[in-house]
Design a protein around this ligand. Structure first.
Ligand code: IPE
Ligand code: IPE
Ligand code: MG
Length: 257
């Protein structure tokens, strides 16, 4: 299997940032508040991060808002999260549109209420033509679901005779998972202190730089985001090459043999 990266990236700034916004519940518990107060406080951090990414020229920002496993939580918490999603879309969509942000939701939206599904569709439709930052909210999203979905599409093509199993490639699968039209995430951030992927973008994160912080999501802000960017800028992404090969490649001369 050839291991050519898409194009050798030597960006000091990530083009695509993906964030697991974790720690809302603990933030609230530390204050003797119900967990849901943490989710509400988390919306403020979302606003800050979106604005800062727009200012910094980030092309795509993907935020993990609700995982396919989060349905396991107490029904009361799930329902507050759904309400918050709906009200936040209602309140923020217009402003995002003014800032030329293109909003997209990834995940299985069929489980949401008809009202939420309509709001999602309307927000996406309003901002679909925008050429600014892509803001992706992963809601009822799971990395395994994403890969399975892609496989189902391809399996149907194989069953219909329009694709042969031996013609399945990594590239073809990449073109059928969520966000196939965007560069894969360059920088992944998880707040809240846990160092795991929790079924986020399993396929797309293969070569993403990982940044973990103990800061709880409602306390995450522009300064911390800049710290993550600075940390990212110091890293050498090798994609399987040696460090010397990467230096030759990114300085634009020398071959990689
Ligand atoms: C992340 O914060 C938000 C969602 C998963 C919806 P948590 O609610 O997971 O907060 P902790 O991890 O319990 O502190
Ligand atoms: C991941 O956080 C999902 C979101 C932030 C939406 P969780 O809090 O659900 O992850 P686990 O359960 O600790 O792995
Ligand atoms: Mg959590």
């Amino acid at each position: 299997m050839e291991a050519e990266p898409r194009a050798f990236p030597d960006h000091r700034m990530p083009r695509h940032v993906a964030i697991i916004m974790d720690g809302n519940g603990r933030w609230a518990q530390q204050r003797y508040l119900p967990r849901t107060a943490g989710h509400r406080a988390g919306v403020t951090a979302v606003r800050k991060v979106v604005e800062h990414c727009v200012e910094k020229g980030v092309e795509a920002l993907t935020l993990f808002a609700f995982s396919s496993e989060n349905w396991r939580r107490p029904q009361e918490e799930v329902s507050v999260l759904m309400d918050l999603f709906l009200s936040t879309l209602g309140r923020e969509t217009e402003k995002l549109h003014e800032n030329r942000v293109r909003l997209r939701i990834i995940g299985d939206r069929s489980a949401f209420s008809p009202q939420l599904q309509e709001k999602i569709a309307a927000s996406e439709a309003l901002t679909a033509g925008n050429s600014g930052m892509s803001l992706i909210v992963a809601a009822n999203y799971g990395g395994r679901w994403d890969i399975l979905n892609a496989m189902r599409t391809l399996a149907a093509q194989i069953a219909a005779g329009s694709l042969r199993a031996e013609d399945l490639t990594e590239d073809l699968l990449s073109r059928h998972v969520s966000l196939a039209d965007l560069p894969e995430p360059d920088l992944f951030i998880r707040t809240g202190g846990d160092q795991r992927i929790s079924n986020f973008m399993l396929w797309q994160l293969a070569y993403t730089e990982l940044f973990f912080t103990a800061t709880l999501w409602p306390d995450f802000d522009e300064q911390l985001l800049d710290q993550a960017f600075a940390d990212f800028a110091r890293r050498q992404r090798r994609f399987g090459y040696t460090g010397e090969q990467v230096e030759a490649l990114s300085s634009g001369h020398g071959d990689i043999s």
